[in-house]
Design a protein around this ligand. Structure first.
Ligand code: R5P
Length: 325
């Protein structure tokens, strides 16, 4: 670990501290300043010469500010002769802008990848990208970690019966199918669209059998919570017994918390890829920490030990738990 340095941006300091504690190292000190015109200033306060540097920064709200801070931090490190820089982005903002839906639209997910490369990153680690294809936007090495084994273990421990995994929209079907496959459970898919002007979520049809079943919706993120709360109401209207939600990224913008409180969802399991402030930690929300996973990934990436083996072991462990259930 001698040449390992972990630096935290300001977007999710508590996750970085948890990771450093697990790795039994200290976070490399860093100074952030904001000038009165809004410009950012960053300085690394210890040498990173010859070091393998990991910068932890989700580009969560305020996405633009956090992204800019990450780029400036990378530039500061790059100018200090490190051996390698890895941007560890637990949440990769702008991933939903991954294609042109209308003429003259940008593909911002690709632009962000280009900005990171231009700033001097050698490698990027993300978690549960909105769509896995975003990985292809990088010409440098990138890893997208999936949290499926962690979710499945959590679900197994609940000992729920008559499960059906529900994708809240067609795009989420591969994610739901993957979890369902591990647990040998059926899936259902909700036919979701957004109204042209307001972007309001409209859900009308469900493909699959959900009547009398315990529905577990899986999604990459909860942003305004429109998708999952509307989907949960539809599931209940169509006879679902209970609705649980597993989502990775707690964007929770606008009136999300209010909607979740009033929703038909029994419990929402989120992770700390994005820091969830105390004011948003309502009773229905349970949080799983990704720090143990990220610490192991940092360790393996630093030593050059394969990550695939780590995932294989996780699935083997799951197999054993499943046999006991
Ligand atoms: C959509 O394709 C995503 O997977 C999420 O379902 C969506 O972005 C969640 O957004 P919101 O919570 O604002 O409906």
């Amino acid at each position: 670990m001698e040449h390992l340095r972990v630096i935290s941006g300001s977007a999710n300091r508590s996750l970085a501290e948890e990771i450093a504690k697990t790795l039994k190292i200290k976070l490399t000190p860093i100074e952030f300043k904001r000038f009165s015109d809004g410009e950012l200033y960053v300085r690394i306060l210890e040498s990173v010469r010859g070091a393998d540097v990991f910068v932890i920064q989700p580009t969560s709200p305020d996405a633009n500010l956090n992204l800019m801070e990450l780029l400036i931090t990378i530039d500061a490190i790059k100018r200090s002769s490190p051996k390698r820089i890895t941007a560890l982005m637990p949440y990769y903002g702008y991933a939903r802008q991954d294609r042109k839906n209308k003429p003259r639209e940008p593909i911002t997910a690709k632009l962000v990848a280009k900005l990171l490369e231009a700033a001097g990153v050698n490698r990027v680690i993300t978690i549960d990208l909105h769509v896995a294809q975003v990985q292809g936007f990088f010409d440098i090495h990138s890893d997208n970690l999936d949290l499926i084994p962690i979710c499945v273990e959590h679900i197994l421990r609940r000992k729920l019966d008559h499960l059906v995994f529900v994708a809240p929209d067609v795009g989420g079907a591969p994610r739901a199918r993957f979890v369902a496959k591990v647990l040998h459970a059926p899936i259902a898919i909700i036919d979701k669209r957004r109204s042209e002007g307001s972007g309001k979520v409209i859900v009308e049809n469900i493909i699959g059998e959900i009547k009398g079943k315990t529905c577990i919706m899986v999604d990459d993120m909860i942003d305004t919570a429109g998708t999952i709360t509307e989907a949960a109401s539809l599931l209940k209207r169509k006879g679902a017994k209970e609705v649980y939600v597993y989502a990775t990224h707690a964007v929770l913008s606008g009136s999300a918390i209010d909607k979740l409180k009033k929703s038909q969802i029994k419990e929402i399991v989120l992770t700390n890829t994005i820091e969830i402030p105390k004011s948003k930690r309502i009773k229905k929300i349970k949080i799983i920490s990704v720090a143990p996973l990220l610490s192991e990934i940092i360790k393996r990436s630093h030593d050059g030990t394969p990550m695939g083996v780590f995932y294989e072991n996780m699935y083997k462990r799951l197999g054993k738990i499943m046999k006991k259930c």
